[in-house]
Design a binder for this molecule. Structure first.
Ligand SMILES: [Zn+2]
Length: 294
């Protein structure tokens, strides 16, 4: 009886020990697996995080480089002139301050500047209000130039500023009917080929109308002052003497075009016309476009 009791106890203890061992073994195995899994997950997570950071940094660097390229200044150096910074505009548009409008570079006949105004200077009151207007953004530099001319003792006025293509057509047809189209086209542009349509060109004369739209204006002290000083205010004599075959027009000492002080100064210093430097502007424009600035 005693032996049997002892035997039961012994078996019970053995089973208990076995269970405890199994539990310990299982816990150890599970614990090590759990530890390894956590380690691996953390490692994978770290790798994913660092590769995401690298990708984000690479994208940010590319965006920054592209933005820097867009802002990169583009310069133009005309012969005999200081280098100037190219304005960030599409010069092929008639709204550009550097647009070229000529027999070879016409603009759409329905183009109208976004904003026009009569500048606060003397104007030829026999002309319509529209024709006495210029593009609003050149009214101020025009006034500054006229004020300076006035301070120097000259009395200037605007004869003609903005001209719609329809008005240009009537001027052209009127002259062409008496002298023929070819001769008329030496002094008057066809519709779509006149700078006046951009609102950036003005025909300037003396308030006395002495030598009004006449070559003799070049010999007056007013005309001389203009040709020697207009560039300081952003205006250039667009159809100079001796450049008739390049510009396509007769000498017009009264016709001034606004291009901004930088380009006007470079044109003045180089002695070149807008037609002659157009290739320089085109090159700058293409660079601006490839840089993504336009
Ligand atoms: Zn003109």
């Amino acid at each position: 009886m005693i032996i049997q009791k002892h035997s039961h106890k012994h078996i019970f203890l053995k089973i208990t020990i076995d269970i405890v061992l199994v539990v310990i073994f299982w816990a150890a195995a599970y614990g090590s697996c759990y530890y390894l899994n956590t380690q691996q997950i953390a490692q994978i997570k770290n790798q994913a995080d660092s590769s995401r950071i690298i990708t984000q940094k690479a994208i940010a660097a590319k965006v920054a480089a592209r933005e820097a390229k867009k802002k990169e200044p583009v310069y133009i150096t005309l012969p005999g002139a200081q280098k100037i910074r190219a304005i960030v505009e599409d010069y092929l548009l008639p709204s550009s301050m550097w647009a070229i409008v000529s027999k070879t570079h016409p603009i759409p006949v329905d183009y109208t500047p976004a904003s026009l105004k009569i500048p606060d200077v003397d104007t030829n009151t026999s002309k319509s209000e529209l024709e006495r207007s210029v593009r609003s953004d050149i009214a101020a530099p025009l006034k500054t130039m006229f004020d300076q001319a006035n301070a120097a003792g000259y009395q200037l006025m605007i004869g003609s500023g903005y001209r719609a293509a329809t008005l240009q057509a009537s001027y052209f047809n009127s002259l062409a009917s008496s002298v023929g189209e070819e001769t008329a086209n030496q002094s008057i542009a066809r519709p779509g080929q006149s700078e006046h349509q951009t609102g950036l060109a003005t025909d300037i004369s003396m308030t006395s109308q002495q030598c009004y739209l006449n070559e003799c204006f070049a010999d007056t002290s007013d005309g001389q002052w203009l040709v020697n000083n207009s560039y300081k205010y952003g205006f250039v004599l667009r159809y100079p003497k001796g450049k008739e075959t390049i510009t396509g027009y007769q000498y017009e000492p009264w016709h001034f075009r606004y291009v901004g002080i930088d380009l006007a100064t470079a044109l003045h210093d180089s002695g070149l016309t807008l037609d002659e430097v157009w290739s320089y502007l085109e090159t700058a424009l293409n660079t601006l476009k490839s840089n993504g600035a336009i």
